[in-house]
Design a protein around this ligand. Structure first.
Ligand SMILES: Nc1ncnc2c1ncn2[C@@H]1O[C@H](COP(=O)(O)OP(=O)(O)OP(=O)(O)O)[C@@H](O)[C@H]1O
Length: 477
């Protein structure tokens, strides 16, 4: 009995600290009041029940003061709007009207301003087929070394751009830069964490993303959206029907795209019998059916041979001739970007790093020449390296493969060009290398340069303990 009384006393003391105890206390006390041998146990009284009932009120006052004290001490904002339930405003809403990021390039800022104008002034909006404003996507990913802890990752950060009628906007960026995520948000396949997407419908009206499955949209996703049991021809017929092509027009529409992409020999085949390149051609073909006003192409020509790629480029450019539609093309092929795109946007670590015409980007980042040397005898590469440094003292080695050396040569080091070429010819004779090219910065160089920023970001994350990643060895002279 003594032991029981001691436990009860301890529980009472605990009840001052544990908010769930009063409920338990009331139950126990009621039990003890109403059971027959309550007197025998001699452990409860009505006053105990009263204390148990009022304890929550005492708790709430105590805890409110404690919470206030902790908020003041640790600097968290005191929630004035909701002091009782203390539900924070949704975190996403902080992205709804994000500020410009501090270190954005001029062209990115200008594009952001153009997007703001296009949304604010309907006459400007008319000229665009796609307007993407402050697109944000946040994923929660498992933190390394913890089963429960999740880490937030921004796949796209405040990305804004617009695509004008008749324009192909190239979306470039290293793997994981956020291109597919951006595409998926534009189509509505992935929900937006924040931002806004407006698209021009075929009938001239502007549609919000919420109006899903629009026939005015031609989307070629990275993963092939094909049925294993339908033939190529059946795919084209089904998609034509889905895109609203009338029965009478279907044959002509299918014929046109089949001829343009040289798919005649594959019409009766099922996807599993097709090569990767032909499968991608079919995906591109179904996306082009029905003359969509908005084209979203996520690496459409991956795996195609050069002839197939050219067919895709020609078909795409022909579709935009009327200047009523526009396209976003995500690609890893610089040649494709140069051949098809009117402007290029480069994403790095989810952020729009630069946007403009290819020539603009080359001029912007092209403060140097690119020297590529094909080496005959890899054993003499060090000798050759010393010779290159003698000719161009500020040259920086970018990449080193057994038979290829790549250098970035600052412009001032290489002028006049006539002298540079004669020195290179002399080095070619002395060091016996096979061939060389000396050119202005290419789009590939611009791309590689910007990709290094993402490698650095990933490296920083590794230091943070989040990712396993090995930094590529960067060789500088
Ligand atoms: N469902 C998901 N859950 C968590 N993280 C994701 C998810 N989808 C994408 N990510 C992350 O978002 C980032 C952007 O991925 P995304 O696929 O958009 O890149 P990408 O530029 O299209 O790459 P690639 O060129 O390889 O196609 C990556 O770091 C990726 O790991």
């Amino acid at each position: 009995m003594d032991l029981f009384t001691d436990i009860r006393a301890s529980l009472y003391i605990l009840s001052l600290l544990i908010p769930v105890y009063p409920l338990l206390g009331v139950t126990m006390s009621c039990l003890q009041i109403f059971i027959e041998d309550a007197k025998l146990l001699d452990v409860t009284s009505e006053s105990d029940v009263l204390i148990a009932v009022f304890a929550p009120y005492i708790h709430s006052v105590g805890f409110i003061f404690l919470l206030r004290y902790l908020e003041i001490k640790y600097g968290r904002a005191v929630l004035r709007k909701d002091p009782i339930f203390r539900i924070s405003p949704r975190r996403e809403s902080s992205h709804q009207h994000p500020e410009e990021l501090e270190e954005e390039d001029e062209d990115v800022k200008a594009e952001r301003a153009a997007v703001r104008n296009a949304i604010a002034a309907p006459s400007q909006e008319e000229k665009s087929v796609i307007i993407v404003s402050n697109l944000c996507k946040e994923y929660k990913i498992k933190q390394a070394g913890s089963v429960f802890k999740k880490k937030k990752k921004m796949a796209t950060k405040n990305v804004s751009f617009c695509v004008k009628k008749g324009e192909v906007l190239g979306l470039l960026g290293p793997n994981g830069a956020g291109k597919s995520t951006a595409m998926k948000m534009i189509t509505g396949e992935t929900t937006l964490t924040a931002g806004q997407v407006l698209m021009k419908r075929g009938d001239g009206a502007t549609s919000h993303l919420q109006d899903h499955a629009p026939p005015f949209l031609g989307y070629c996703p990275q993963e092939d959206p094909l049925w294993p049991d339908l033939t190529v021809l059946q795919h084209l017929q089904v998609y034509a029907a889905m895109k609203g092509v009338s029965k009478e027009d279907t044959a002509a529409a299918v014929n046109r795209i089949v001829n343009a992409l040289q798919l005649q020999g594959y019409l009766k085949k099922k996807p599993r019998k097709l090569s990767a390149g032909i499968t991608r051609k079919l995906c591109f073909a179904v996306c082009m059916l029905g003359n969509p006003a908005v084209l979203l192409l996520d690496e459409p020509s991956t795996g195609m041979d050069p002839n197939g790629q050219r067919c895709v480029w020609k078909t795409l450019r022909a579709a935009l001739k009327t200047k009523e539609s526009g396209a976003i093309l995500s690609t890893h092929y610089m040649e494709e970007a140069e051949a098809v795109c009117d402007r290029v946007a480069i994403l790095v670590s989810g952020q729009l790093r630069c946007i403009g015409s290819i020539q603009y980007l080359k001029n912007k980042f092209g403060k140097s020449y690119l020297l590529e040397i094909k080496v005959k005898d890899p054993g003499r590469a060090d000798l050759l390296h010393a010779e290159i440094l003698r000719i161009f003292p500020s040259a920086a080695r970018q990449e080193r493969f057994p038979s290829l050396l790549v250098y970035k040569v600052p412009m001032e080091d290489a002028l006049p060009l006539s002298q540079s070429f004669s020195k290179l010819e002399e080095a070619k004779r002395n060091c016996n290398f096979e061939d060389y090219s000396f050119s202005l910065n290419t789009l590939a160089q611009v791309f590689l340069e910007l990709s290094r920023e993402q490698e650095k970001d990933n490296f920083d994350l590794t230091l943070d303990g989040a990712f396993e990643w090995k930094q590529l060895q960067q060789v500088d002279c």
